[in-house]
Design a protein around this ligand. Structure first.
Ligand SMILES: NC(=O)c1ccc[n+]([C@@H]2O[C@H](COP(=O)([O-])OP(=O)(O)OC[C@H]3O[C@@H](n4cnc5c(N)ncnc54)[C@H](OP(=O)(O)O)[C@@H]3O)[C@@H](O)[C@H]2O)c1
Length: 177
C-alpha cells in the first residue's frame, strides 16, 4: 500500500526504531516500571516487550479483567507484574494508587505515562460537553503531573526516567543521547 507520507515525512514522523533486547534486559532486570494505560494499544505493546526483560511491571488501567489477563501474559513470558485497577480521572482513586506506589520496595525506576485521551468531536458538537475537556485535562495532564510530583524523589534516588507517550511526541524528531 502506498504511504500517504513523503519519504522525508516518514523519516521525521516514524523514524525506524531498533533496540538491543539483551542490552534492555541488562538495564531493566529487577527495575520497577510503572505503566499507565497498560491494557490496550501502545501501553499493552510496551508491557509485552518489557515482560521479557525481568523488570517488575506495575500496570494501571480501569478494567480489572483486562489487567488480570495481561498479568497472566506477562508471567507466561517470564516477567512479573503488579496490577492496579484505577480510574485516572478519579482523584480519590489516584491518591490511593500513589500511596500504594510509594510502598513499592525499591521505589519506581521508570514511569511510562501512557494513558491519555483526545477529543475527536467537533467543537460545535462539544458546546454542552465541558466535562470532556476536564476529563481530558485530568488524564493527559493533572494526573500524570500528580503522580510525577509524588515519585520524583524516588526517581532521583534511583536515577530513574519518565517517558511520556503523547500525540505531539510523534511529530518530534528523536534527539541524540
Ligand atoms: N493510537 C494512536 O494513534 C496514538 C497516536 C499518538 C499518541 N497516542 C497517545 O498514546 C497513548 C495511548 O494511546 P492508545 O491509542 O494506545 O490508547 P488506547 O488503546 O485508547 O488505550 C488506553 C489505555 O488507557 C487505559 N485508560 C483509558 N482511560 C483510563 C482512565 N480513565 N483511567 C485509567 N486508565 C485508562 C485503557 O484501559 P481501561 O479502558 O481499562 O481503563 C487502556 O489500557 C495516549 O496517551 C494517546 O493520546 C496514541
Amino acid at each position: 500500500m502506498k504511504s500517504k507520507y513523503s519519504c522525508i515525512e516518514n523519516l521525521l514522523f516514524f523514524p525506524p526504531v531498533k533496540y538491543n533486547k539483551e542490552k534492555l534486559k541488562t538495564k531493566l532486570k529487577g527495575k520497577n516500571i510503572l505503566i499507565t494505560g497498560a491494557t490496550f494499544g501502545i501501553g499493552a505493546t510496551i508491557t509485552y516487550k518489557l515482560a521479557e526483560t525481568g523488570a517488575n511491571l506495575i500496570l494501571v488501567a480501569r478494567t480489572k479483567e483486562k489487567l488480570l489477563a495481561i498479568k497472566k501474559v506477562v508471567e507466561r513470558k517470564g516477567g512479573s507484574a503488579q496490577i492496579f485497577s484505577t480510574d485516572l480521572y478519579n482523584q480519590e482513586q489516584v491518591d490511593i494508587l500513589i500511596s500504594e506506589i510509594l510502598k513499592i520496595e525499591g521505589g519506581i525506576d521508570v514511569f511510562i505515562s501512557n494513558a491519555g485521551k483526545s477529543i475527536k468531536r467537533s467543537i460545535y458538537k462539544s458546546l454542552d460537553r465541558f466535562h470532556d475537556f476536564s476529563r481530558t485535562m485530568s488524564i493527559n495532564y493533572y494526573t500524570p503531573v500528580k503522580i510525577m510530583l509524588s515519585i520524583i524523589p524516588m526517581l532521583k534516588k534511583n536515577n530513574g526516567h519518565i517517558i511520556n507517550i503523547s500525540t505531539l511526541n510523534a511529530l518530534i524528531a528523536p534527539v541524540p543521547e
